[in-house]
Write a protein that binds this ligand. Structure first.
Ligand SMILES: [Zn+2]
Length: 233
């Protein structure tokens, strides 16, 4: 199936020699006419695209936050409701709180591994040390792209928060599942694929995994090979 994705890129380039296309393998952007030569010259030995990508877990920030809130709430409720056992209750509540804090710190520092893998007709996301899996059947029903942002403290201090752009996302949705894939840079999908295949979504503050731009380009061609994106007409 990875070979079909390269073929899709080749057909796209041949059909639109003047259009800007991304190399399906190294993700460099060039004109369609150059891509055909580039594929034959630079990547002649490559006959398929990767089907597994490593990234960092962004989804577990929320899990850590909820775990932290739950352990503080449980500890406080325990102390209030069962007098005389304060130390024991607090001891029990501190363990999940420490786990939550560790998880949050690792996730905010982009240190938690996560992965995306194409398995047959499904795209699978694993986060939280492989404990959590989301599967989405391809082609997805909806493809959306947009900007990622977070609110961060103002560099000049004080209580003001400023919006900081964190990159771009590709949001794929289908039967009962949604995957939001973030990358520091987008792929200019709109220059290659017809607007009927995807929509521009709102700015988002929550996403599941961070990958590099190259992975986003690979995914784009895998989606196109499965009919999820159509060349611009
Ligand atoms: Zn290339």
């Amino acid at each position: 199936m990875g070979g079909a994705a390269i073929e899709t890129a080749r057909r796209l380039a041949e059909a639109a020699p003047e259009a800007e296309v991304a190399c399906p393998i190294c993700a460099n952007t060039m004109k369609g006419a150059s891509l055909v030569k580039h594929l034959d010259g630079k990547h002649a030995q490559m006959d398929s695209l990767p089907t597994r990508w490593r990234g960092t877990d962004h989804a577990s920030q929320l899990t850590a936050l909820w775990l932290g809130i739950a352990s503080v709430a449980l500890g406080a409720a325990g102390v209030a409701l069962v007098p005389g056992y304060d130390r024991l209750i607090l001891g029990v509540a501190v363990a999940p709180l420490l786990v939550a804090m560790g998880l949050a710190m690792a996730s905010f520092a982009e240190k938690l591994p996560a992965a995306l893998e194409l398995k047959g007709d499904a795209l699978e996301l694993t986060t939280l040390f492989g404990l959590r899996t989301r599967r989405l059947r391809l082609p997805p029903k909806g493809i959306q792209i947009g900007q990622l942002r977070i609110w961060t403290e103002s560099p000049v201090g004080g209580v003001n928060h400023v919006e900081r752009m964190m990159g771009r996302y590709l949001r794929l949705s289908g039967e009962g599942s949604t995957l939001i894939i973030g990358a520091p840079k987008g792929t200019n999908m709109g220059k290659r694929w017809g607007s009927e295949g995807f929509t521009h979504g709102p700015k988002r503050q929550y996403w599941h995994i961070n990958v590099d731009r190259q992975a986003l380009v690979h995914l784009e061609y895998h989606l196109a090979a499965r009919g999820g994106l159509q060349a611009r007409s």
